[in-house]
Design a protein around this ligand. Structure first.
Ligand code: HAM
Length: 452
């Protein structure tokens, strides 16, 4: 075996490099903030669950279960899978931890990795991140509307131009009636269907509406629509969801072709798509009501639920694509530089002192030359470099270098906190004045132009 052979990243996986982390932090902050306001508590479930959990919930005849699961048998003989999505685990956890006995609804959110052995391409990975919100124990249509609102506002507030596509696949009774009609429609056109749809016709008829094959898509155009077969209860429920969305001025498109790729949904379902500006549009997220999942996993009959998940990598791709600027991480204020062994020991302590006093301070203690350290300080954009050498240690002083002007001052080391604070607040005032002057210049220029 060649021990020095290069080992590459596993296909479909992705490194999240330091440069990208501010995008991730921004999304996490936005998700945490909106979760707090809407009363959702964070939950983290394991990456690994019993394979049966997903088979019974996501559905035996779905792409996820048929083709995309990372499943394995442990040495102890357990059949386990890496989670392809998070909703089933949340429902398992809700039942297992007796959350049925808490005041309802229980509102949970997550931010974590999922695994699907899909064909990798832009926006499609084998390990990817989702954040999601789930509300369990309430069937009021306001819950559906609020979940849609949360999914919409998070992406809107990140600056993305998005579209909500919404459909309703009815309750059990409505769906039964609809599926009967849909099957009849497709049975008459069986020969024109693609091979996959031929197989799905009797097992999972709804998914025929979702097929990407051109011939099948042509058939979808004239297929009966779910909304025409809703019973009164499902119809009233859906009308309320839409009314609440109107109140919130959330623009949605009714799209009777969306069915979602997972089996557990009923009534309201929705997808969040990038707004069409040409090019391939990414589906950023999706969700819906899943009133039967809790009882399917052994919980109480009457616990209805709804939720959604959004793919984080896709959101970041969309932010880049739309050139949306995101807040930069604040630059450090101070750099601690040192020269010689004794100074380095003192600098270690000084750095810790400043860090604990909440200064934005950085260091590179392994560097020995002052030139190197000043170069780093410059690159990082710090305002002041504090320099400690043998002479400063002997005199209990410290050299402070203003990185903009290059002016250096010798200060009493015991007064360092006060002295730095004084300089930092002056430099804040300086930068505010600079900004105001810049703005005034722009206004002047504009008024000159309009006078002309
Ligand atoms: P999903 O539609 O399968 O729903 O996934 C939601 C989002 O995850 C997708 O819209 C997409 O942005 C992202 N996603 C899915 N697969 C990949 C992939 N291979 N690579 C990158 N991103 C991907 C669910 O997972 C449901 N659990 C949503 C839900 C929550 N329904 C109710 N509650």
């Amino acid at each position: 075996m060649n021990r020095k052979r290069k080992i590459n990243l596993v296909k479909g996986m992705k490194d999240i490099l330091p440069d990208e982390q501010n995008y991730w932090n921004l999304i996490k902050q936005k998700v945490d903030k909106i979760a707090y306001n809407y009363g959702f508590s964070r939950i983290d479930t394991p990456l690994v669950e019993f394979t049966d959990l997903f088979k019974r919930t996501v559905g035996e005849d779905t792409d996820i279960i048929n083709k995309e699961m990372y499943s394995f048998i442990t040495k102890g003989g357990d059949k386990l899978s890496l989670r392809p999505e998070n909703t089933a685990s949340i429902v398992r956890s809700y039942i297992e931890h007796g959350m049925l006995n808490l005041s309802q609804p229980v509102k949970l959110y997550y931010f974590g990795q999922q695994f699907r052995h899909d064909n990798p391409q832009k926006g499609r990975y084998r390990q990817f991140w989702q954040f999601g919100f789930e509300t369990l124990g309430d069937n009021d249509p306001i819950i559906d509307a609020q979940l849609i609102a949360v999914s919409y506002f998070i992406l809107k507030e990140l600056g993305l131009d998005i579209e909500i596509q919404i459909n309703n696949i009815g309750d059990e009774e409505s769906r039964k009636n609809y599926l009967k009609i849909l099957k009849q429609y497709y049975n008459n056109k069986k020969n024109s269907l693609c091979d996959i749809c031929k197989k799905r016709l009797n097992k999972n008829t709804l998914r025929l509406l979702d097929c990407k094959n051109i011939k099948c898509q042509e058939l979808v155009e004239d297929a009966p629509q779910t909304l025409d077969y809703l019973n009164e209860e499902s119809r009233d429920n859906f009308m309320m969801v839409l009314e609440y969305l109107d109140e919130l001025e959330i623009v949605y498109n009714l799209n009777t072709k969306i069915v979602r790729g997972l089996d557990y949904y009923n009534k309201t379902i929705w997808e969040i798509i990038e707004k069409d500006k040409g090019g391939k549009l990414l589906a950023l997220g999706g969700g819906g009501r899943y009133d039967d999942l809790v009882s399917l996993l052994g919980g109480r009959e009457e616990v209805s639920a709804a939720g959604f998940a959004i793919g984080v990598e896709r959101v970041i791709i969309s932010l880049h694509k739309n050139k949306i600027e995101i807040p930069k991480i604040k630059k450090p204020d101070i750099y601690v530089a040192q020269l010689g062994l004794e100074a380095r020991k003192e600098a270690l302590k000084l750095f810790e002192y400043l860090r604990k006093e909440n200064f934005r301070v950085i260091e590179n203690m392994s560097k020995k030359g002052l030139r190197d350290q000043l170069d780093i300080a410059n690159r990082k954009g710090v305002k002041y470099t504090l320099i400690l050498g043998q002479k400063e240690i002997n005199n209990k002083t410290i050299l402070v270098r203003d990185m903009e002007s290059g002016v250096q001052e010798i200060l009493d080391i015991n007064k360092i906190k006060k002295e730095i604070n004084k300089r930092l607040s002056k430099s804040v005032t300086r930068s505010v004045i600079k900004k105001v002057k810049k703005k005034k210049k722009i206004v002047k220029k504009k008024t000159k132009k309009t006078k002309k």
